[in-house]
Design a protein around this ligand. Structure first.
Ligand SMILES: [Zn+2]
Length: 206
């Protein structure tokens, strides 16, 4: 009798577990349906969702940047920062964030799988310690790690460009096409607080 009751309880527990697993499954199926922009191309099958929200979540907001800049007197090269310089740095940060996101959103419309790093309008001395011009990242890596979207720090001139497969990277890059990722883990990147004064000559056109 006791055995029969234990057996019955076990049976009920199993049924409840089975129902829960079923529910979870249909929930995740629903999620997939709600996210219909799944693009399969070649060996990659990537969810092409704009990295905008993910990026804004991990990067400091304008107020935090402003507050940090107000505490600074000079950049990492000991160049004095005026109020105007700080405003320029802030504007350039926002512009660069917008540019990067635009490039990726545009690339998603065109089915771009690879993006490579470039510096514009001049090399970024801080980023040069971490990455080379022409190193590439995949759309999937951007999806997994929005951290790899420039700008990486205040006054950063790194930008991201789509690789359609036609660009002659040897013309624009020093290293040809090398992957930025060595493995699965996010490679080190500059600290956003590293501040580099923007050259007033290019600040307006960046
Ligand atoms: Zn930089």
């Amino acid at each position: 009798m006791v055995l029969a009751i234990i057996g019955l309880i076990l049976f009920l527990v199993l049924i409840i577990l089975a129902i829960r697993v079923g529910l979870n499954k249909s929930e995740s199926e629903q999620e997939e349906i709600q996210n219909p922009i799944i693009h399969a191309s070649g060996i990659y099958s990537i969810v092409r969702r704009s990295p905008r929200d993910g990026l804004l979540k991990i990067r400091p907001g304008k107020e935090e940047l402003r507050k940090y800049l107000s505490s600074l007197n000079e950049d990492i090269g000991k160049f004095l920062l005026s109020e105007k310089d700080k405003e320029l740095i802030l504007n350039q940060w926002e512009q660069s964030m917008a540019n990067s996101l635009e490039v990726i959103e545009q690339g998603d419309n065109e089915g771009v799988e690879f993006y490579y790093y470039d510096f514009f309008p001049e090399d970024c001395p801080e980023c040069k310690k971490f990455l080379n011009k022409g190193q590439f990242v995949t759309r999937e890596e951007i999806f997994k790690f929005p951290d790899i979207i420039p700008p990486f720090h205040l006054g950063c001139t790194t930008c991201i460009r789509p690789h359609h497969g036609k660009e002659k990277l040897t013309d624009t890059t020093e290293s040809g096409m090398l992957p930025f990722f060595k493995g699965e883990e996010l490679p080190p990147l500059p600290d956003w607080k590293t501040t580099i004064k923007i050259n007033a000559l290019w600040g307006t056109s960046a």
